[in-house]
Design a binder for this molecule. Structure first.
Ligand SMILES: [Zn+2]
Length: 454
């Protein structure tokens, strides 16, 4: 509607101008270089307008010709970028599909077409890794370190490589550098904590653990257990350095965090008993027995009651096992002290009760001992020993990562170096006895934060 009105208005203006010109007739004469041209005014006006139109057209044509190379360049650049991004996408799809040759081809193509090193370098590195070319991947990761926007990604790549190749010293150094770049990255804090714990840097690991819990990399309950293990290791370390007070205070802190955790209760009660503080030692064992009856706790309790006569010891042990009267471990502990007191009937009764709950090698061996000591019956003892050989294996400190068995609890598996992997259970594979805390060269265990066991 507005357009139609505007058109009518333009027509009206042209007609008005034509009428105005027709009402004012006149001529225009031009004398130039000996030529004389004379024309009515309206013809001169038309000629002037036509000349102006031709000039404008010429200008546009000329401008188009001048701008053509720039336009061609811009068009080809856009097409290049489009092809580059297409190659990048195809490369990423190939990586997801595990197609290494295509991934590498596309990475090279994208690198040639795009001027986006952060994207193409990562793709190239991943493609190289997929093809098993770790050396090439390392070169890309190192190149990524040189740009601030890719430094962290490069560091992550190198860290993953170091962990995979089992170079824990390098991995630890890289993880610490990466933390300086991005201090609150959850996966990094979890990995750094695990590396510090595996390297035995307990104090540093405790600090990193706190950060990892705050960043949500490790659940709070699991973190509490990790902290308990770290404190126990700090206690062992302090003892090795002759700092008895620190050894005791770390053990106390560990026991306070997890009163039912056997290694903490054993550690604290042993240190207290060694310091001749028998009553607190007994309290620690009794408290732990309620949650987790365990032969090592019974051993410490035996040390605590050592100064008493055999019959009093039996009474004191009866007091201990009241914390968990129905467990097999309680009956085994009572059977042992009853045998020491030569209360054969009572000892036999408890062994039988324990056998009903859970048969095991040590129970058959205990019965053999009973036959020898009480009745001097070597034939019966041999029968029980034969049964022991066929019975299920006794529980031991077994590594959840590699299956190795350790004769004593420790924060690190002596075989594979895993942190907090030992739990009290029947071993699943035949494994030799190890000293905990001595790292064997099996470095290929994954450096991840494992869920708590036992
Ligand atoms: Zn292990």
């Amino acid at each position: 509607m507005i357009r139609a009105l505007w058109f009518l208005l333009k027509v009206a203006i042209v007609i008005a101008a034509a009428i105005w010109l027709a009402d004012r007739p006149g001529t225009v004469s031009v004398h130039w270089l000996g030529y004389a041209v004379e024309a009515p005014f309206w013809v001169a006006l038309l000629v002037a307008l036509a000349a102006l139109g031709i000039a404008a057209l010429g200008y546009r044509l000329l401008r188009g010709v001048v701008r053509t190379p720039t336009r061609i360049r811009r068009f080809s650049r856009t097409r290049r970028r489009e092809r580059g991004y297409r190659a990048l996408t195809q490369g990423m799809v190939a990586i997801a599909a595990g197609d290494a040759p295509t991934a590498r081809k596309m990475a090279r193509k994208a690198d040639g077409l795009l001027n986006e090193p952060p994207l193409t370098m990562l793709l190239s590195a991943q493609a190289a890794q997929l093809q098993g070319d770790e050396r090439a991947a390392k070169q890309y990761f190192n190149a990524m370190l040189e740009r601030p926007e890719t430094a962290f990604l490069g560091m992550r790549g190198l860290l993953t490589q170091a962990i995979k190749s089992g170079d824990r010293v390098e991995a630890l150094a890289l993880a610490r550098k990466a933390r300086n770049l991005q201090p609150n990255t959850p996966w990094l804090l979890g990995t750094l904590y695990d590396l510090e714990a595996r390297s035995g840097d307990w104090a540093a690991a405790e600090g990193t653990l706190q950060q990892a819990i705050q960043a949500g990399a490790i659940p709070t309950a699991e973190g509490r257990r990790h902290r308990t293990v770290l404190l126990l290791e700090r206690s062992f370390e302090a003892e090795r350095r002759g700092r008895a007070d620190a050894a005791l205070s770390h053990a106390q802190a560990a026991h306070d965090l997890m009163p039912g955790f056997v290694p903490a209760a054993v550690r604290l009660s042993r240190l207290l008993a060694a310091d001749d503080r028998l009553k607190p030692a007994a309290k620690v064992v009794e408290r732990a027995w309620r949650q987790s009856p365990h032969p090592e706790l019974a051993d410490v309790y035996r040390v605590v009651v050592d100064s008493y006569d055999p019959l009093t010891r039996v009474k004191l042990f009866q007091k201990l096992v009241r914390q968990s009267p129905d467990s097999a471990e309680s009956h085994i502990a009572l059977a042992r002290v009853a045998m020491e007191a030569q209360l054969w009937g009572e000892a036999r009764q408890h062994v039988t009760r324990a056998l009903e709950i859970e048969p095991s090698r040590r129970l058959y061996r205990l019965l053999a001992e009973l036959e020898r000591n009480e009745r001097n019956d070597e034939a019966a003892a041999r029968d029980w020993l034969a049964k022991a050989a066929a019975a299920p294996a006794d529980p031991a400190w077994s590594c959840g990562s590699c299956g190795a068995v350790s004769h004593a609890w420790g924060g690190l598996c002596g075989h594979c170096g895993a942190f907090d992997s030992l739990s009290w259970k029947a071993p699943t594979v035949t494994a030799s006895l190890m000293e905990p805390g001595t790292l064997a060269p099996a470095l290929n265990a994954p450096a991840t934060v494992r869920p708590a066991t036992a």
